[in-house]
Write a protein that binds this ligand. Structure first.
Ligand code: SIN
Length: 299
């Protein structure tokens, strides 16, 4: 017998983070929230600390009408700590940490950068923590970004499944992404050098269940783009488990979706969510900038 999908009550907890400094408007029942009443370029330390706690709670935050410059984007991001390694892209002149993500109106590609469900660069020994993305030009429709809450998805698994997964490691590799982008565009993804390319393809085995360094919350650390095998299993043995977990995490109930406006900023916690950029706006230009912050070795 096949079980119908269940959504146990009590597990959806995307209630507004209680802040004295800003208004919080949850985006979906699963995750995400709009922050109203702040300008990111002008935060005191106290307000930033509150915003950071709101991010750990909601996993993804967004703000309208920020219109940050590259310098403001970088300065705001630096409040989260060290800049992370961005494996593929190169910064804009004068701001090496601000990575352009631009798709021109006449670009036709079957595979857009970021268009599968993924964590940013999990093949690195120290994968990124927070990513901060801002919009400069957006298509009139399409080009949304979606996120899936991997902590909620973990809580929704049975205790036996959770216990089994706690002992496993997953190998994250850039192999499939490099192959897919080449097939789609005929172009190689750019890495800083051959050694970095080889290391990204070799990848890293990280705990499949990771514990958040600031909240202690457990989440699933696995994705559609980079997860290639469970450590100690063959790829054929691993595939059904990986496929089940990706389908589980990305079911509609655990996601939220943002329709961008010009001048927005969205930030997310790669430790507790996956994200996906929709490749559905052929004929229109989309210009975004991203700063990725260092995380920690997942445990
Ligand atoms: C990314 O994967 O970081 C890019 C997301 C987007 O362009 O919407």
């Amino acid at each position: 017998m096949r079980e119908v999908r269940l959504s146990p009550s009590g597990a959806f907890d995307n209630v507004p983070y209680p802040s004295a400094h800003f208004e919080v408007r949850p985006l979906s029942a699963a995750m995400g929230a709009e922050i109203v009443g702040l300008r990111l370029a002008d935060l005191t330390d106290e307000v930033f600390a509150d915003l950071e706690r709101a991010l750990w709670h909601h996993k993804m935050l967004y703000l309208r009408g920020q219109n940050l410059s590259h310098a403001e984007h970088e300065t705001f991001a630096a409040r989260f700590g060290e800049f992370g390694q961005d494996a593929y892209t190169h910064g804009v002149p004068g701001h090496t940490n601000v990575q352009p993500l631009i798709k021109e109106a006449d670009t036709r590609s079957k595979s857009l950068f970021g268009s599968g469900w993924h964590v940013d660069s999990p093949f690195l020994p120290v994968p990124p923590g927070v990513t901060i993305l801002r919009s400069v030009e957006i298509p009139p429709y399409g080009g949304d970004t979606a996120w899936a809450n991997t902590a909620l998805a973990f809580r929704m698994l049975s205790p036996a499944m959770q216990q089994m997964l706690r002992g496993l490691k997953v190998r994250m590799s850039a192999r499939n992404n490099v192959y897919t982008q080449k097939q789609a565009d005929g172009k190689e993804l750019s890495f800083a050098n051959e050694a970095e390319r080889a290391a990204a393809i070799e990848g890293m085995a990280h705990p499949l269940i990771r514990t958040h360094p600031f909240t202690g919350e457990e989440s699933l650390f696995i994705d559609e783009v980079y997860a290639v095998a469970i450590d100690g299993m063959t790829e054929a043995e691993s595939r059904p488990l990986i496929d089940f977990l990706i389908a589980h995490i990305t079911q509609h109930a655990f996601t939220c979706r943002l329709r961008w406006e010009v001048g927005m900023v969205a930030m997310w916690d790669n430790r507790a969510c996956l994200h996906l950029a929709a490749n559905d706006y052929d004929g229109f230009r989309r210009e975004m900038y991203r700063v990725t912050m260092a995380g920690e070795v997942p445990v």
